[in-house]
Structure formats: C-alpha cells, structure tokens
Design a protein around this ligand. Sequence first.
Ligand SMILES: NC(=O)c1ccc[n+]([C@@H]2O[C@H](COP(=O)([O-])OP(=O)(O)OC[C@H]3O[C@@H](n4cnc5c(N)ncnc54)[C@H](OP(=O)(O)O)[C@@H]3O)[C@@H](O)[C@H]2O)c1
Length: 408
Amino acid sequence: MTASSVRHLAVLGSTGSIGRSTLDVAARHPERFRVEALAAARDVETMVEQCVLFRPRVAAMADEAAAVALADHLRRADVPTAVLAGAAGVEAVAALDGVDTVMAAIVGGAGLAPTLAAVRTGARVLLANKEALVMAGALFMSAVARHGARLLPIDSEHNALFQALPAGYAGEPTRAGVRRLLLTASGGPFRTRAPGDLAHVTPDEACAHPRWVMGRKISVDSATMMNKGLEVIEAHWLFGVAADAIEVVVHPQSVVHSLVEYVDGSVLAQLGNPDMRTPIAHALAWPDRVDAGVVPLDLFQVAKLEFEAPDLRRFPCLRIAREALVAGGAAPIVLNAANERAVAAFLDGRLRYDRIAVAIETTLATYAPAAPASLEDVFAIDARARIAADDWIGGDATRLAMTRPAAA
Ligand SMILES: NC(=O)c1ccc[n+]([C@@H]2O[C@H](COP(=O)([O-])OP(=O)(O)OC[C@H]3O[C@@H](n4cnc5c(N)ncnc54)[C@H](OP(=O)(O)O)[C@@H]3O)[C@@H](O)[C@H]2O)c1
C-alpha cells in the first residue's frame, strides 16, 4: 500500500451499530484505513474506548455535556484527540480537512445536515443514514452531483443492488436494460403474527430481529416494515428507478440481499450472511475487496431460500411509505418525521405498537405543506411535522380510552 492509497476516515455515528461495525472492519486493515475523526451524540463511554483505540485527530459529541465529559476522560487518559461539541462540532467532523471517506451512520433526520456537509467536500460518502435521502431526495442527489461526491450505499439491500447493477450505472434503467429492482425484506419479528395480536407487543419484542443486530430505531422500523418503505424511497433516489419498478420481496432467510431484473430475463442477486460488515467492507474498499471478518456463506446449511409477497394488511407502513413516494413533494419529509416521533414514543412506552402506522398516516393527512424548494424548507417542514405528530401522539391514550367499551 502506498501512503496515497490509505483512506482517511471519519465515522459519523461511531458508537452505534453501523459505526462499531465500520471500526471493526477498519481495524482489520490499518495499512488501508486511518481513522481521523469520530462523532456521536451522548455515549461517552464507547467514544472514550474508540478514541483510546484509534487515536483520531478529532471527536465530536452532539450533546454538549457529553462533549465536556469526553474531553475530561481523554485528558486524564493522555489521548491527544481534540473534542468538539454540538451539531456544529458533528458537522465539522463530517467536513474535516484531510478526510476523504465519510461513513454517514447517524440515525434519523439528525444525520441530514452532517451527511450533506460531507457531500459538499466531494468526499466518498458511505451512506447508511437512509433518512437523509428520504427527507431531501432531489436536493441531496443534486448536491452529490454538483460537488462530485461518490455515494456508496451501506444498506445491505442497496449495496447488493449497487453490486448487481452494471459497473458505472448512472441512473438510466432503460439504457442499462434494467427492468425492475427487487428489494428483499426479512419480514422482521412479526412476519407470521396475526395483525390483531400486535396491539400490545413490547419494545423488546419489536427489537428482537430474527436475522440482523441493529440499533433500536431501525429495529422497530424493520418490525413495522417502515424500514422497507424508506428503502424503496432510498432506492428510487439512489438508482433513478420509478416507484412501480421497485418490488419488495419477503425473504425470511436474509441471505439474498436484493436482486436486479434485466429485460433479457436475467436476474442478478448478491448473497451473503446477514452481517453488515460485508456492505461496509465493500464500500470502504471499493473498487477493491477486503476481508470483512464475516463467516463465509454455507449454502448447504442455508439449504432453502423462500420468497413471498408482503402482506400490506399486516404491514401498513410499507403501503404508507410507497404512497408518500408517489405523492412526492413534502410527503416523504412528513412521513419520516412522523415515523421518528411515533417510534420514539413507542420505545418510551407512550404509544401502542399498532398505533405507529395510524400516527404516521394521520399526520400525513392533516399536515400537507407545499413541496420544499430549498434545504431550509426541508428542515422547516420536518420540524413542523414533528410537532404535528407529537400532538396526535400526546392525545392518543385519551382517544383510545374514550373508544374502549365501558366495563359491564
Ligand atoms: N444497524 C444496521 O444494521 C443498519 C443497516 C442499514 C442501515 N442502517 C442505518 O444506519 C443508521 C444508523 O443505524 P444504527 O443501527 O447504527 O443506529 P444506532 O445503533 O442507534 O446508532 C446511532 C448512532 O447515531 C448517533 N447519533 C444519534 N443522534 C446523533 C446526533 N444528533 N449527532 C451525532 N450523532 C448522533 C448515536 O450516538 P450515541 O450512541 O452517542 O447516542 C449513534 O452513534 C440509520 O439511519 C439506519 O437506518 C442501519
């Protein structure tokens, strides 16, 4: 490896599930990857461990008190990492001088501004934060083109599509002979549960994903299949494919990570064990390949692969997300904001699981602003939609109590 082929890495959301897997892959190849900067929100303990191990130049905590605590710990441990605080600190990490590769793995809408800050430097941006693309689709992709950034998908499905599409594919499905994109979905923990039995599932049940280990927000999104809905929107923007040419296929084994169907009848798929280190290593090293530490796929052990159509009665969030994509304009921003608030309320015990979809659909029906013309508009719509969703969620316990039949 020559010094110039070393990648200089910033990891946004380093303390999370994707962030930790990214550092795991980077640590396997110190001759290829130098960790320059890290950012997170408030998990000081994990951030201290990461700074001790990787000795980045800069670390940022979105939470001001967490930044003070981090600086204190690092001073006592004699680690020379500079500590930045607040949203501005996180954005500074995303756009740090000397960084050429940014892992965008902050969860939720909070990831949009820092991911865009990375895009504006023209860096290689490894996109895990799908919410950024859902919220700002067209504006985000035009910033990528304007600044010459290279976007590499981290979501296992989109990474699989990227691998199965022709090299150099640039959002031209007809010219490339692409007929459809097939996004696979595990179906999550409630794939076979009767819709009527979902009212009282707990956060721990919803987060117990049968195949993937992930952060809590995306785990709930996987249980409701909102995650797949967000991924349909993400695929639309990443690959320039219309909504009706993106099909969702439930595949409980989670071995086929997605497929591209071509006009000549060929279907190309990417397979692997469900371990996010595969797409992460692919994007980190692209166009090379590096060992990800992932157990090789044993097809004899997998033995059979099943595919079924998603049940939209059981998974209304998938339908709602598709409708928001087709409606366009501000609808995906409102969808994402209402989903984040509803999932947070469910995880805090303030909203029933089966009311997540109702909260999102009602917010979309009651708050329908004009399409955003700028990023400022995106942030304003997002903030208003969160308030509208919170209002509805706040009144839901009373609403349910009023509709409950009185005891005999
Ligand atoms: N996990 C997966 O397998 C997977 C797969 C595909 C895509 N994704 C996507 O990747 C993203 C991350 O998912 P995850 O599962 O890794 O989430 P996670 O485990 O919950 O981690 C989230 C990370 O974001 C940080 N964070 C939250 N708010 C922040 C803010 N305002 N500023 C800076 N950092 C902030 C958290 O810091 P603290 O720990 O300090 O709170 C943490 O490091 C999501 O968009 C998800 O949809 C995840």
